[in-house]
Design a protein around this ligand. Structure first.
Ligand SMILES: Cc1ncc(COP(=O)(O)O)c(C=O)c1O
Length: 348
């Protein structure tokens, strides 16, 4: 599918959904040999009856490989002479694009804000990509990548505001529909909105009655604000949330269209930093799944009772979107919760 350049016409979503669902199905075939088919697992130990989809089991540790491989493979097909790719990332998308580029023999540059999670920076470098960080902040990262892209002629693989990326992420929705025939509620983290938009497109095209709910930190609640106001809201200042994958200043224009203008995401709820931390420790110790802060917000919302349960006789599934935890944060959280864990209790 080519990038949309014209605004949506009218409230009827059926053609829009049909076209995007076809592109998501095509993405699923294209990326199949490059990403893992993750399972859907019960989370009964902490949330009886709830299912989780552990995307932290993907190569590079997050769902981002889905969009990155879809975009890179389509680029190679449509523009075979492309010298390489460039992107901007807090880390997970950068790793995913670096892996896709290496697999396809393309050069790769990743613009990462100064102070990015050092584990993620090291991983991007280890995959052979060039990292550009000098003077890059959460607030200026978009401008910096566009300037660099124009200077170098590299092809931009946007982390969330490009249909190829969104369609790749939407393959998670397809897999959930396959694995959970009685799915009633799908919960996904929201940063730039690519993940939740892709999943909403996949799910609403096939099963419009399934609720799709996004979750973001209270400290980066631009999508919730946009849903409330109907305007494309932007954070006033860079967010300090521990969920480093959810710090984007606003959702992309495509995400805004899907989430707000077309109303394909039923709700966006927020969680506190403490709720995210508690959910992480619960997932590590009780589900044995190493989830990172951005990947834990859905669990956090469920554990804190911030999401209404799925309709009767249907199932709820939460996407655990990534597992690249900063070791310093992991050590701090385990130390804080050590006392309750030693006595066999759940984290407070
Ligand atoms: C682990 C994780 N979860 C969720 C997200 C948010 O995805 P999106 O920007 O598509 O909303 C990110 C983005 O970096 C991420 O790294």
């Amino acid at each position: 599918m080519t990038e949309r350049t014209t605004p949506p016409t009218g409230p009827d979503n059926s053609t829009f959904l049909t076209e995007h669902a076809a592109a998501i199905a095509a993405a699923a075939s294209l990326i199949a040999g490059h990403v893992r088919r993750t399972p859907t697992l019960p989370a009964d130990e902490i949330l009886p009856g709830i299912l989780v989809k552990p995307e932290l089991l993907q190569p590079t540790g997050s769902f981002k490989v889905r969009g990155a491989f879809n975009a890179a493979l389509r680029l190679r097909r449509l523009s075979p002479d492309t010298p390489g790719v460039i992107t901007v990332s807090s880390g997970n998308h950068g790793q995913a694009v670096a892996l896709a580029a290496r697999s396809l023999g393309l050069a790769c540059t990743v613009v990462m804000p100064e102070g990015s999670n050092p584990v993620k920076v090291a991983a991007v470098r280890a995959l052979g990509a060039t990292v550009v960080s000098d003077g890059v902040t959460a607030a200026n990262r978009e401008e910096r990548v566009l300037a660099l892209q124009q200077r170098t002629g590299l092809a931009l693989i946007h982390p969330f505001d490009a249909w190829d990326t969104i369609h790749g992420q939407g393959t998670i929705g397809l897999e959930l529909l396959e694995d959970v025939p009685d799915l009633g509620l799908l919960i996904a983290p929201v940063g730039g909105g690519g993940l939740v938009s892709g999943c909403a497109l996949a799910v609403k095209a096939a099963r419009p009655e399934v609720r799709v709910v996004g979750v973001e930190p209270e400290l980066a609640a631009d999508a919730a604000a946009s849903r409330r106001s109907g305007r494309h809201e932007r954070l006033a200042a860079a967010s300090a949330t521990i969920a480093d994958g959810l710090r984007s200043m606003s959702v992309g224009t495509r995400g805004f269209e899907v989430i707000v203008e077309r109303g394909l995401v039923d709700d966006v709820v927020t969680v506190s930093e403490e709720e995210i931390e508690r959910a992480m420790v619960a997932a590590w110790t009780r589900l044995h799944l190493v989830v990172e802060p951005s990947g834990a917000v859905g669990l956090a919302a469920l554990l804190a009772g911030r999401i209404a349960p799925a309709p009767a006789r249907t199932r709820t599934a939460a996407i655990l979107s990534g597992g690249n935890v900063d070791p310093g944060l992991a050590a701090r959280l385990l130390a804080i919760h050590a006392a309750s864990l030693a006595t066999g209790g759940s984290p407070p």
